[in-house]
Design a protein around this ligand. Structure first.
Ligand code: ADP
Ligand code: MG
Length: 331
């Protein structure tokens, strides 16, 4: 059973009668109806040993845990309003807490997002070692009724776009694991992308009424695109040569570029579709938000995700999206 089968089987239910919830499991945010406005709500948890290493820079961690939640709010096209912070801490370390809260609140202040509550507990000792540091945020954004993006609105014939560049965070992880070497400048650039992702909030908002579907890329382009395809009941063709890659990634071997940009996680860019007639509006939205946007393919009939080379030939892309419950690779 993989992560998404598990959620579908045990944790997906229709909303209760009279519920404010008009969209639930399956999108980046749930949507709650409040008359003329809707609330977009998301929650994301970062766990030591799984999402970050013991001893990770606390200021960057504070930034990132809010950034990944704001990225989901951006995917829905909502304006961040407030968030809740739940912590399981191994110790009450003043220096750690000062740095963590500095990183967290600097990003919150930039987006006018109020810390409205939370929960704090001590992580237990496990075999005399402090249990894993766990940080969970629930974030709420606001969107005019009916204006939120979902993963379900893509149509065959739509253009497919992605913001920024893909694959840097995965490259930074590979570098930390010692499987690739980067010079000092490239290393700093990709580490910043892994540790301090910039949620594309302004772009998500600027795309209201323009994008037909939208999500954020957190588990790798191909796997995440498959979610748009499944929810929209369309297929997609991605042209590899148009997938945006940083200069640092372009200096890597092609195989590493493909693995990082097509299947690496932690990018937090927006992946979205729009009608070909909306190309100028997409460019205007990107300009307004100050974020680069690339047209990387199109949506087609069917349900498969295919990647093609510059001659239109299918590329073999044996990459799986990140799945927390995938079986371990064969030794
Ligand atoms: P994202 O990466 O955008 O945060 P996920 O891939 O984590 O989304 O989750 C996919 C969908 O499943 C989301 O709609 C999320 O709210 C939902 N989901 C994840 N875990 C659970 C759970 N334990 N119970 C109910 N819904 C869940
Ligand atoms: Mg998401």
């Amino acid at each position: 059973m993989n992560e998404f089968e598990l959620i579908a089987r045990y944790f997906t239910r229709p909303p209760a009668a009279g519920s404010l919830v008009v969209a639930g499991v399956g999108d980046d945010c749930a949507l709650l109806d409040l008359g003329e406005r809707q609330l977009a709500v998301t929650t994301d948890l970062l766990l030591e040993g799984r999402h970050f290493a013991r001893g990770a820079d606390p200021e960057a961690l504070g930034h990132k845990v809010l950034a990944v939640n704001l990225s989901d709010l951006a995917a829905a096209g909502s304006t961040p309003r407030c968030f809740f912070l739940a912590l399981a801490l191994p110790a009450a370390d003043a220096d750690w807490l000062a740095a963590f809260s500095r990183g967290l609140l600097a990003l919150a202040d930039r987006h006018g997002c109020t810390l409205a509550g939370g929960d704090t507990t001590r992580a237990p000792l496990i075999d005399t070692r402090p249990g894993p540091l766990t940080v969970c945020i629930t974030a709420l954004g606001e969107v005019p009724r009916g204006a939120a993006h979902t993963r379900a609105g893509a149509r065959s014939g739509d253009d497919l776009y992605v913001s920024g560049a893909l694959g840097d965070a995965a490259l930074a992880l590979a570098m930390r694991a010692g499987t690739c070497a980067l010079d000092f400048v490239d290393a700093a650039a990709v580490q910043a992308r892994l540790d301090r992702p910039e949620p594309r909030v302004a772009l998500g908002i600027a795309l209201r009424g323009v994008a037909t579907s939208c999500m954020d890329v957190s588990d790798g382009l191909l796997g995440d695109l498959a979610h748009i395809c499944a929810r929209s009941q369309v297929g997609a063709v991605v042209s590899w040569s148009t997938v945006p890659r940083s200069p640092a990634l372009q200096r890597q071997p092609v195989e590493a570029q493909q693995r990082c940009a097509l299947a690496g996680g932690d990018d937090y860019e927006l992946l979205f579709t729009a009608a070909p007639a909306a190309r100028r509006r997409v460019l205007a939205a990107a300009r307004e938000a100050g974020v680069a946007v690339s047209r990387i393919g199109s949506m087609v009939d069917g349900h498969a995700v295919q990647v093609t080379d510059e001659h239109g030939r299918a590329l073999a892309t044996p990459f799986a999206a990140y799945d927390h419950f995938a079986p371990p690779p064969a030794p």
